[in-house]
Write a new protein. Structure first.
Length: 144
């Protein structure tokens, strides 16, 4: 989906900064932080500030255009994929991976919520990713 359509779908008035930030999130599936987005966009947008990036992400999250991830207690990350899905954080490299279609993350789970109205479901897994495990195994082979 294009950034302007995504903003309009969520009742957000498009501006140059909002379009650039939404576009970045739609093109980069890395679950970036405010700092990462600012660092990537600032060279081409000299008037952009970290405060603008933070405020835009807050608005996008409040309007449901992006997900705010707090999987890591040190960083808040953002995901343009708002469909229910789980995330995996590698404790070695820090990368966050989407785990799509692995768990029953649907509204039908409301029945199990004890009468509470569920607005969000977050599944976070933490461990060592397959890439870091492969590097670890490769290192053991080379040292033997």
């Amino acid at each position: 989906m294009d950034a302007v359509k995504q903003l309009l779908t969520h009742n957000i008035r498009p501006s140059m900064q909002r379009i650039a930030i939404m576009d970045y999130l739609l093109e980069h599936f890395t679950h970036p932080t405010v700092d990462e987005i600012y660092t990537a966009l600032a060279p081409s947008m000299p008037t952009l500030s970290k405060t603008t990036v933070y405020n835009t992400l807050k608005l996008l999250s409040e309007q449901g255009a992006v997900q705010t991830l707090t999987i890591d207690e040190h960083n808040t990350c953002y995901d343009a994929n708002t469909a229910p899905h789980a995330h995996f954080l590698c404790k070695r490299c820090g990368r966050i991976y989407d785990l799509n279609d692995r768990l029953p993350l649907t509204a039908e789970m409301d029945e199990d919520a004890g009468g509470h109205e569920v607005h969000e479901i977050h599944y976070y897994f933490k461990g060592i990713c397959k890439h870091c495990k492969a590097e670890e195994e490769f290192g053991k082979i080379e040292t033997n």
